[in-house]
Design a protein around this ligand. Structure first.
Ligand SMILES: [Mn+2]
Length: 285
């Protein structure tokens, strides 16, 4: 199969002056159940030319903002630490050029170096996490850099965060939430409180780094992930949330992680591509 080299394919050329960079981070070193996240970025890029560049909600051609795509690197021979070093450097490089970085994972671990790069530029950064999981473990299977620990590592850096779509966690993680007085947006809370999006927006104080673990979405629309959990966010809930955040706050960088292509569920890659495209439209309109 020949791969597409840029997000949106040839139609990306409709935006000659690039302001947005799609970066790929195909890291897959800490797989919990179903693998394949190393193939995630390319699968999202391959599905993206099927998008209609005229956004059906925003009624504009977001592509004209200028969306560039960097080549997908090969991380298979790198240690996690070296891959993370390269990710931090690439994101920092894009920020220094005034570009808006969109990182495609890969496992969730890639968020840590991307956030570190953004933090250097925006010291009052606030991380918004869409996810089925809290990812607050101190370590998982002996690995502190597991994808199951990513928010704990950001917490170690003292970064404030808001967690949305949560419906799977350990006793240890729940006790940490209780003892620290954290108030994640569990799915039970989202179902019970009609104004949950306003609550999310009120909680955010600084510029936003958005990390979207695609398993936050319901597996019915997002089967392409290693750890599918029932009762996830619908498409409508997800885009309403992202529209709300982008309308009220400045988003300075984002990632879409933990996507893994599964045969027979090709629509999932397209769904991630559309989610990225729609979110860019909300941010830059
Ligand atoms: Mn997750």
């Amino acid at each position: 199969m020949t791969h597409v080299s840029q997000f949106l394919g040839e139609e990306a050329d409709l935006g000659p002056e690039k302001r947005i960079t799609i970066l790929s981070a195909p890291l897959a070193s800490s797989v919990s159940w179903l693998g394949g996240t190393e193939r995630g970025p390319q699968a999202i890029i391959d599905a993206s030319p099927a998008l209609e560049v005229f956004d059906d909600e925003l009624l504009l051609e977001t592509v004209r903002l200028g969306i560039g795509t960097r080549p997908v690197p090969d991380f298979s021979a790198l240690s996690t630490a070296e891959a993370c070093r390269q990710i931090e450097q690439s994101v920092a490089g894009e920020l220094a050029k005034g570009m808006f970085p969109v990182l495609l994972g890969g496992e969730h671990t890639v968020t840590v170096p991307a956030v570190q790069a953004c933090l250097a530029q925006y010291p009052d950064l606030h991380v918004v996490q869409i996810d089925a999981h809290l990812d607050l473990r101190q370590e998982y299977e002996g690995n502190e850099n597991s994808h199951a620990c990513v928010m704990r590592r950001l917490d170690d850096l003292g970064i404030p965060f808001t967690q949305i779509g949560i419906r799977s966690f350990s006793k240890e993680e729940y006790e940490l939430v209780r003892s620290r007085g954290l108030q994640p947006f569990f799915m039970s809370r989202i179902h019970a409180e009609q104004d949950w999006i306003e609550q999310v927006c009120r909680e955010i104080k600084g510029p936003v780094y958005l990390t979207c673990d695609v398993d936050g979405l319901d597996p019915a629309i997002m089967p392409g992930t290693g750890t599918p959990e029932p009762d996830g966010l619908t498409w409508r809930q997800t885009i309403d949330l992202l529209r709300g955040i982008a309308s009220n706050h400045r988003i300075v960088g984002m990632d879409f992680v933990e996507f893994s292509p599964h045969p027979g569920a090709e629509h999932a890659a397209f769904t991630v591509a559309k989610l990225i495209y729609r979110t860019l439209g909300y941010i830059f309109r």
